[in-house]
Design a protein around this ligand. Structure first.
Ligand SMILES: *[C@@H]1O[C@H](CO)[C@@H](O)[C@H](O)[C@H]1NC(C)=O
Ligand SMILES: *[C@@H]1O[C@H](CO)[C@@H](O)[C@H](O)[C@H]1NC(C)=O
Ligand SMILES: *[C@@H]1O[C@H](CO)[C@@H](O)[C@H](O)[C@H]1NC(C)=O
Ligand SMILES: *[C@@H]1O[C@H](CO)[C@@H](O)[C@H](O)[C@H]1NC(C)=O
Ligand SMILES: *[C@@H]1O[C@H](CO)[C@@H](O)[C@H](O)[C@H]1NC(C)=O
Ligand SMILES: *[C@@H]1O[C@H](CO)[C@@H](O)[C@H](O)[C@H]1NC(C)=O
Length: 472
């Protein structure tokens, strides 16, 4: 076991603050393997850098080559980014190993799946949040019915949220504020917390999802209501958060219910999560940076999304997102970046690595014309810019003919899209790539071919040159 100390900024004061991550390597050989893998990744990045330098130099692209390299260098998962479960003392004692257990059962949670345990959770939260090294425990073997609730920080250091039991959403749609996004379990303004456990966050019994706006479009008045979204687990305005082995479920036909939603948060690691839902398995929106996702299982659902961003001419900024190792099954999108027309800001430095898809519609998609309103969206000039997006080792089966879609803005084309080792096949034959105003290049096997990314002759020339240079 090893303790990794990183620095983070305190949400309130802005002061630098140490955040401790507990990391345990299972054994020596897997550690060695990890080192080997990291070395290989670094080698690949070096190699890629060479390609980009050559590419940039040859086509005299407007950006400085050094900033381009920096963007991509930030994409490999750093050592220490891995979060291993913190050791939790046994349930019998309330205090061991410096950890303080705060069990929701001690606050009269019924755990029967019928009684409302919201108050018990909130009381336990207040205590756990106030105590350093606390473990907020949802014990195994029971079902806790919890209303839509915001769990507010800031909390004391080293808080662990241990979910071993099942948290279920209320059956009836309650009188939630219809104007705002409907967040079920919203963890807000936290700094340095770790979610873990073998429990389930289960929204599947809820009529709440079923009564959602998307299904009843015609019955609901007002844009805000129609577009209000529902999220299972929300991490908002937080820094240094780890989420490990959390399971989230909802029926595939529950509309607009994101699994894990990250907003205005930095330095987040999601790993070993299994998510099935009616909307995005994971969505990452505005003002989020350094988000790492590892070993994610997604399906059913709409895939893993950055966005949507830029709605109603707003500014959206998301940078440094890495997904490494994922399995997506029967989702309506795979890896998606979606922005509304008319927005501002940017999405930059995103890497999707080692993803296996099975029966996924739109496995790889960038959509700068995202429009989720009942009224048709007007074409607009401004856009959330999208650049430095890398896809490596993505394979599997696609349900749509256009396995890769890069639908970018005329005024702000997508740039520096890099594809490597892509193999997407459809069961019934042809697959292709669609590009609109997207620039970048492919390297290694890229199936379907992404020649449409090379929209300019000089680029074509430089790619030929880069590939030749790379083989010397
Ligand atoms: C849960 O929400 C319902 C509907 O808004 C409300 O009546 C009930 O009191 C809430 N429960 C708690 C414990 O807040
Ligand atoms: C990114 O986040 C991880 C996990 O919180 C952290 O260990 C790492 O230092 C962060 N990287 C940067 C550049 O802040
Ligand atoms: C997105 O974040 C930026 C920077 O934090 C902020 O200026 C902007 O208002 C945010 N946009 C939205 C839609 O909240
Ligand atoms: C966004 O900007 C466009 C162009 O300036 C304008 O026509 C439109 O009404 C704006 N939309 C909103 C929601 O403010
Ligand atoms: C490619 O990705 C798949 C799926 O995650 C993984 O099993 C495989 O090991 C990866 N291949 C390489 C060379 O990393
Ligand atoms: C909006 O822009 C897209 C992309 O350039 C174009 O295909 C479409 O025809 C435009 N729509 C209108 C109504 O101008």
């Amino acid at each position: 076991m090893q303790s990794v100390v990183t620095e983070a900024r305190d949400q309130r004061s802005g002061a630098k603050k140490e955040v401790r991550w507990l990391r345990a390597w299972p054994n020596q050989s897997s550690w060695e393997q990890l080192r080997l893998e990291k070395a290989m990744v670094k080698l690949f990045i070096l190699f890629l850098n060479l390609l980009i330098v050559v590419h940039a130099a040859a086509s005299k692209i407007e950006y400085g080559k050094f900033s381009v390299l920096e963007e991509f260098e930030s994409l490999h998962v750093e050592e220490g980014n891995e979060v291993e479960d913190a050791n939790i003392p046994s349930w019998s004692s309330s205090q061991r190993g410096g950890k303080v257990l705060v069990n929701v059962d001690s606050f009269e949670a019924a755990g029967d799946g019928i009684s409302d345990d919201t108050q018990a959770f909130l009381k336990a939260w207040d205590i756990a949040c106030a105590k350093p090294k606390a473990v907020f425990l949802v014990p195994p073997g029971r079902h806790y019915l919890v209303n839509a609730t915001r769990f507010r920080g800031p909390c004391s250091d080293d808080l662990v949220i241990q979910i071993d039991g099942t948290i279920v959403a209320p059956n009836e749609p309650s009188n939630w504020d219809p104007k705002s996004a409907q967040l079920w379990l919203d963890f807000h303004n936290l700094n340095g917390v770790l979610f873990q456990g073998n429990g389930v966050i289960d929204g599947s019994g809820s009529k709440w999802w079923a009564a959602s706006c998307k299904k009843n479009k015609k019955n609901v008045k007002g844009l805000t209501i129609q577009n209000s979204q529902q999220m299972h687990l929300v991490i908002s305005l937080s820094d240094s958060v780890g989420v490990s082995e959390v399971q989230i479920s909802a029926p595939g036909d529950s509309p607009n219910t994101d699994g894990i939603h990250i907003t205005e948060s930095t330095n987040v690691v999601l790993q070993d999560c299994k998510i099935g839902t009616g909307d995005d398995c994971i969505s990452i929106v505005n003002a989020s940076s350094n988000i790492t996702m590892k070993r994610i299982f997604c399906g059913p659902g709409h895939g893993i999304s950055i966005g949507s961003l830029g709605k109603d001419n707003s500014t959206g900024i998301v940078t440094k997102v890495v997904l490494d190792t994922a399995f997506l099954r029967e989702t309506t999108n795979g890896l998606r970046i979606k922005t509304w027309q008319g927005g501002a800001g940017y999405v930059r430095a995103v890497g999707f690595d080692n993803v296996r898809m099975e029966d996924v519609a739109n496995p790889i998609i960038i959509d700068q014309f995202y429009c989720d309103s009942p009224a048709k969206c007007q074409n607009q000039t401004s856009a959330v810019k999208i650049s430095h997006i890398m896809y490596r080792n993505i394979s599997g089966t696609t349900k749509s003919e256009q396995a890769m879609k890069f639908i970018c803005s005329d005024a702000f084309p997508c740039s520096n899209i890099i594809l490597s080792n892509i193999n997407l096949e459809s069961k019934d034959g042809t697959v292709e790539t669609y590009c609109h105003c997207a620039k970048g290049f492919g390297y290694g096997v890229v199936q379907p071919s992404a020649d449409c990314l090379n929209s300019h002759d000089e680029d074509l020339f430089s790619i030929g040159w880069a590939q030749k240079a790379a083989t010397v």
